[in-house]
Design a protein around this ligand. Sequence first.
Ligand SMILES: Cc1cc2nc3c(=O)[nH]c(=O)nc-3n(C[C@H](O)[C@H](O)[C@H](O)COP(=O)(O)OP(=O)(O)OC[C@H]3O[C@@H](n4cnc5c(N)ncnc54)[C@H](O)[C@@H]3O)c2cc1C
Ligand SMILES: NC(=O)c1ccc[n+]([C@@H]2O[C@H](COP(=O)([O-])OP(=O)(O)OC[C@H]3O[C@@H](n4cnc5c(N)ncnc54)[C@H](OP(=O)(O)O)[C@@H]3O)[C@@H](O)[C@H]2O)c1
Length: 521
Amino acid sequence: MSFIAPALPETAPFSPAQRAWLDGFIAGLLGDSGNGPEAAGSPPGEPEDFPWHDPGLSLDERIALAAGRRPERMLMAAMAQTDCGQCGYSCQAYAEAIASGADGNIGRCTPGGKATSRKLKELLAGMATTAVVSTPALAASPAISPGAGPAQAPRFAARLRLARRLNRAGSEKDTRLVVLETDAGAERFQVGDSLGVVARNCLELVAAIIARLGASADTPVISPDGIERPLGEALSQACEIRRPSDQAIEVLASRAHDLEESRILQATAEGYPGAGPDDADLLDLLDGFPSARPPLSELISALDPLQPRLYSIASSPKHTAGEVHLTVAAVRYKQRARHRTGVASTFLCDRVMPGAEVTVYVHPAEAFRLPAPDRPVIMIGPGTGVAPFRGFLQERQVTAARGRNWLVFGNPRRRTDFLFEDELTAWHRGGLLTRLDTAFSRDQEHKIYVQHRLLESAAELWAWLEDGAHLYVCGDAGHMARDVDKGLLYIVAKEGRMEPAAAKAYLARLAGEGRYQRDVY
Ligand SMILES: Cc1cc2nc3c(=O)[nH]c(=O)nc-3n(C[C@H](O)[C@H](O)[C@H](O)COP(=O)(O)OP(=O)(O)OC[C@H]3O[C@@H](n4cnc5c(N)ncnc54)[C@H](O)[C@@H]3O)c2cc1C
Ligand SMILES: NC(=O)c1ccc[n+]([C@@H]2O[C@H](COP(=O)([O-])OP(=O)(O)OC[C@H]3O[C@@H](n4cnc5c(N)ncnc54)[C@H](OP(=O)(O)O)[C@@H]3O)[C@@H](O)[C@H]2O)c1
């Protein structure tokens, strides 16, 4: 039975987050299950829907779609919705862990960044002031408090064999084939899984921070995980120094002797646009606000813990036993006259020497798996998105799987950026790859992307789908995956002669059947 719940009057003195939560609470109370807020938005007996669970939607759109739902669903809507696993959970499980108090760290959603952590903080503050339920996290302060965090996958040591450049000279990109040797057998991972890499920060950046703090690397400090370490070790191994947490910026603000510096830092911590330097790292803040020199442990313990980074595994353990291959794009750029480097990508590409150990773990991807050996697969993987598909193809080769394979790859330029060109073209010639389509975006005046190649072959793609093909998309979540999804909707509507809503339902059905799987980041 459906009903229309009364909403709070516009003039009621509540923030949007408080209003949304209260509307949901009232809806839940008046719903026919009588179970209070837990019932809001999910009629009894019907499977719950998550309309905000789409990385293509903006944060505001997601929050609006979750308005009126129970608190953990509103918290879920603040997440980036990629289910990328970097936080150690799915988006739903992370929100539930925060709401229940099982995890007190609201800064784990890497793709959502500060926008997500600030929205979580705002929602929790709204919920705490209106909460009449005894949910520990909602009743507590929204500030980060120690929480158990996600279950840790078992970590093991791997040795770097090589980090070979895959782009040819002259490319603007630096994407490497990273090969790690492990003593672990094939049982450790399956194709489709990702590898978590426990990286260390750049030592020059750490040294510069220590110098600005006027400190010694040996001074013992409390790290964000509560463990005491020498300052140098804490900064290199345990702290996120490229994106200082709002809590650490507040510590700087509260300890700045200069009132103007304190004001700007406080505004930065509160997320006022343009308040402080854009995307400042810890060194930027220490340089820009010289009067802010808090006691060391107070500052260091307020930083976020350094999180491992995930990389799609680009090899099959059946094909290359004892090795894990990754395809890593080195993040390097210049900002405010200083060269910046991504923590884990340049750790693997530049700072780990061949033969040195790297701590890793397997992040299983149960929702990104090859189908039965005779099923056709369509793999869409521009840039580093090609990684899992190299693993898929190796696996299908070794197991002599008979299903047809279609790969659509894209990157800026054919001459310099055709990753794994020799392998892929040999697989195409040999018949393992039934189709190999490429989209080199910058080889002509107008951009050509993978979805354009799909549109050119719309009838064939439709025929593959109707023949039971499984569709896979891997790579950039921000633009590519959303635009490919739009292209697929167009193809399904055109070739299947459907209205847009029916095409959407068709793709949703494929996803529900595990025939449209995405690994996007
Ligand atoms: C499931 C999964 C699979 C993944 N697979 C792969 C893979 O196969 N290969 C791969 O390379 N990556 C992959 N990633 C991404 C990877 O985990 C890291 O996010 C990526 O390598 C960057 O991490 P980093 O530590 O090097 O950079 P970080 O230190 O995290 O810095 C990255 C940040 O730097 C900033 N930044 C980057 N470029 C610029 C710029 N030009 N201007 C200004 N700011 C900038 C952005 O804020 C960006 O978020 C995957 C992610 C997930 C979740
Ligand atoms: N900034 C860095 O230094 C850096 C380094 C590594 C990775 N990353 C990030 O990591 C992710 C993966 O990078 P990557 O090297 O694997 O490849 P990528 O940057 O995703 O690019 C791969 C290909 O996809 C194209 N592309 C861009 N927008 C697209 C869209 N809307 N639809 C379809 N294709 C699109 C690119 O074209 P064009 O680029 O010609 O538009 C390029 O040809 C991206 O999110 C990227 O931003 C950033």
